[in-house]
Design a protein around this ligand. Structure first.
Ligand SMILES: *Cc1c(COP(=O)(O)O)cnc(C)c1O
Length: 447
């Protein structure tokens, strides 16, 4: 029986442009968009060529379930070595006693923690989505929100910072089984020790979700969640600059009790077979993060964020909490008389990419918002330094402080082109910047 004829077999060797010009063309246009836009979405970054190569490698062909040495399929000898290497690097980089590298995303890493310590209906106390928290912390329309009894703490209305006394009072009231410390839109240091004291007081477990700040933590530029948190989860594509994926880490106090339980909560608890190509990409990311260049990169990221915050405040913008300690800032546009949605659209029209964001105690709907969130991780990777940041602050001011004229829009577009031209290739960002590795054409695009 002839299953696959010769032509079909030959087609397996053809490139994307020959097999699927439509998809090829979309990728090509997206590549161009990434080059031509100033990327200020705080959760965005650019991966190195090495990470990209691992992501697109033949490892995607390998089926593996379970963990190194305990697989449900054979032929896993290379994969076992790879996953063990990634695990060892994660433990070393973060000072963890146990690491699970299999979560497909940060959200699934969180779900695995919930499955490990919670029964349906148990109480969670996490940060309010509108105050900087994340969907995966129990928003009511998510699986987590439906399965567990989710409660939320907010920032102080005056300081717009976490108030640990208020959170303690609330925790005593609610008696959660799990407290989550971690945010997607909080520009200040998170005090994991205070969170642990609160958790201990009410007999709760503490999950530190460092999805946004893990790169800063790895570089020693944000206090580590260890030894305070029982569980630490992270995405790997944000400040870490790795593939779109997740990691779970345990410290030496919780590893003896929870290592095996976490592993079985990831697989088979919430996931299926391993994304082996993503394990490889995470291993590469972790190696990159161990180099002194990575620390230099994160320092520059913080410096860029600080400069952008100072410039915007000098231009009359109000920043939530009055500034930033990390890679992101939240702009309150109420006094400028425009909504977050309008600001996002105006900036998009000049190829500056941001997202509208709810502010603490926001009166607008989530689809409109009173503010925008701006982060510096991606442009820092691209090589932007203080001079470019000063220019970006000026451009944001021109676009948002008053209704821009056609003339202004054209001028700002020219300036965006000039800035992107200074760091032309997202393809060669790392070497230019002295930070990571040279990257040629990610997709070897022809024509
Ligand atoms: C981004 C983020 C996550 C997970 O996001 P994924 O897209 O699933 O990787 C989880 N928690 C926080 C606080 C985040 O910011």
């Amino acid at each position: 029986m002839q299953v696959l004829d010769k032509t079909q077999l030959k087609n397996y060797g053809l490139g994307l442009n020959a097999v699927d010009p439509e998809v090829f063309d979309i990728i090509k246009r997206e590549h161009q968009r990434q080059k031509d836009n100033i990327e200020l979405i705080a959760s965005a970054n650019f991966v190195s060529r090495a990470v990209l190569e691992a992501t697109g490698s033949i490892l995607t062909n390998k089926v593996a379930e379970g963990y190194p040495g305990r697989r449900y399929f054979s032929g896993c000898e290379n994969i076992d070595e790879l996953e063990n290497l990634a695990i060892a690097r994660a433990k070393e980089l973060f000072g963890a006693a146990h690491a699970n590298l299999e979560p497909y995303t940060g959200s699934q890493a969180n779900q695995a923690v919930y499955l490990t310590v919670l029964k349906p209906g148990d109480r969670i106390l996490g940060m309010d989505l509108g105050h900087g928290g994340h969907l995966s912390h129990g928003a009511k329309f998510t699986m987590t929100g439906k399965h567990y009894d989710c409660h939320f703490y907010q920032v102080d209305p005056d300081t717009e910072r976490l108030d640990y006394d208020r959170i303690l009072t609330q925790a005593k009231d609610i008696r959660p089984k799990l407290i989550i410390a971690g945010a997607s839109a909080y520009p200040r240091i998170i005090d994991f020790q205070s969170f642990r004291e609160i958790a201990d007081e009410v007999g709760a477990y503490l999950l530190a979700d460092i999805a946004h700040i893990s790169g800063l933590v790895a570089a020693g530029l944000h206090p580590s969640p260890f030894p305070h948190a029982h569980f630490v989860t992270t995405s790997t594509q944000k400040t870490m600059g790795g593939p779109r994926s997740g990691i779970i880490l345990l410290g030496e106090h919780s590893a003896p009790e929870f290592a095996r339980k976490i592993d079985s909560a990831v697989f088979p608890g919430v996931q299926g077979a391993v994304h082996v190509h993503a394990i490889a990409a995470k291993a590469v990311m972790l190696k990159e993060a161990m180099s002194p260049n990575f620390v230099a990169y994160q320092r520059q990221n913080l410096e860029n964020s600080r400069i952008l915050a100072a410039d915007l405040m000098a231009r009359g913008f109000r920043l939530v909490s009055g500034g930033t300690d990390n890679h992101l800032i939240l702009l309150d546009l109420t006094e400028k008389g425009i909504t977050g949605k309008e600001a996002e659209n105006r900036l998009a029209s000049v190829r500056i990419t941001v997202n509208k964001n709810l502010l603490p105690y926001d009166s607008q709907k989530p689809t409109v918002c009173s503010g925008i969130r701006v982060g510096t991780s991606a442009i820092t990777t691209r090589g932007f330094g203080s001079e470019e940041i000063h220019c970006i602050a000026e451009l944001i001011d021109k676009m948002l402080s008053s209704e821009p004229t056609v003339n202004t829009i054209a001028k700002v577009q020219d300036e965006v082109s000039r800035l992107c031209g200074l760091h032309p290739h997202i393809d060669s960002i790392y070497e230019q910047n002295g930070h990571k590795f040279a990257l040629q054409s990610p997709y070897q695009l022809q024509n």
